[in-house]
Design a protein around this ligand. Structure first.
Ligand SMILES: NC(=O)c1ccc[n+]([C@@H]2O[C@H](COP(=O)([O-])OP(=O)(O)OC[C@H]3O[C@@H](n4cnc5c(N)ncnc54)[C@H](O)[C@@H]3O)[C@@H](O)[C@H]2O)c1
Length: 260
């Protein structure tokens, strides 16, 4: 891909799953990357695994000061910021009539407020004059487009992230900043989509996972690398004329009623 080599990227929620795959792909394309996660231990391990062009920074995106520190780390360590990937996310599922304020706030604060914190903190660096475009990629979900059961906090936050994407594309387009979103469907094998552990009861029943995968026209669940590939494209100069778009990435399955 063109135009990632030599750039500086920041990926939130990069301690595992999709975020770690995005960081790995951006490093493979020649970027220097700040990887963040609220789980400091895992993100430091990811940084060590990926080598000297990667810096691990712990902290929650829901905390404005921590978000500012991630951006400052990119400037302090690598001299600026060209690519921001808002990937941090979590689920706290319940039907609306049983959802607590705490579950609502926990998801909105990370997925939507967290992305806002990062975009605002990164604005001075992203909006600096440069000979190349700068990029924001927001990892939303097909749930933010179609909704799903027992998931109103997450679906609402992901829908809000689409609003943020489209608004920033308008606000920052004149500064040659492309702002796009990826809306994955069922991405198998991450913590969010783990098959149920019979001991803890956490995760999705194996038969439900099978039922979802059987409905996907392309014949398999997605992988974190599938999301990383589309994110890298959006972060590259090959996508300099693409902005304000939401790329649905679901192997042809538009309505998943269980996860995502
Ligand atoms: N797995 C899927 O099927 C799927 C589908 C659609 C969208 N997504 C989205 O992709 C993104 C990555 O999900 P994943 O499947 O890799 O899940 P995951 O749970 O494996 O990874 C999410 C990471 O975000 C981190 N995180 C959580 N709260 C944070 C915070 N406050 N600050 C910083 N980091 C925080 C977690 O510690 C974790 O490492 C999420 O935004 C998720 O909503 C996933």
């Amino acid at each position: 891909m063109h135009g990632i080599e030599g750039r500086v990227a920041l990926v939130t929620g990069a301690g595992r799953g999709i975020g770690a795959a995005i960081a790995r792909r951006l490093v493979a394309e020649g970027a220097s990357v700040v990887v963040n996660d609220v789980d400091t231990e895992v993100v430091v391990a990811v940084a060590e695994e990926l080598g000297p062009s990667v810096l691990g920074v712990g902290g929650s995106v829901a905390d404005a000061e921590a978000a500012a520190a991630m951006v400052a780390a990119a400037e302090g360590h690598f001299g600026g910021l060209d690519i921001l990937v808002n990937n941090a996310g979590l689920t706290r599922d319940a039907m609306v009539h049983r959802m607590s304020d705490e579950a609502w706030d926990a998801v909105i604060d990370v997925v939507l407020r967290g992305a806002f914190h990062l975009c605002r903190a990164a604005a001075p660096l992203l909006r600096r004059d440069a000979p190349h475009h700068r990029k924001v990629v927001n990892i939303t979900s097909i749930n933010g487009i179609y909704g799903t059961v027992a998931n109103a906090n997450y679906s609402s936050a992901k829908a809000g992230l689409i609003g943020l994407t489209k608004t920033l594309a308008r606000e920052w387009g004149p500064k040659h900043i492309n702002v796009n979103a990826v809306a994955p469907g069922f991405i198998a094998g991450t913590r969010l989509t783990a098959v149920r552990d019979e001991d803890t009861g956490l995760g999705i029943a194996a038969e439900v996972v099978d039922a979802i995968v059987q409905q996907i026209p392309i014949g398999r669940g997605g992988t974190p690398d599938d999301v990383a590939a589309v994110t890298a494209f959006l972060a590259s100069s090959d996508a300099d004329f693409l902005t304000g778009q939401v790329i649905e990435l679901h192997g042809g399955l538009e309505l998943i009623q269980v996860v995502g």
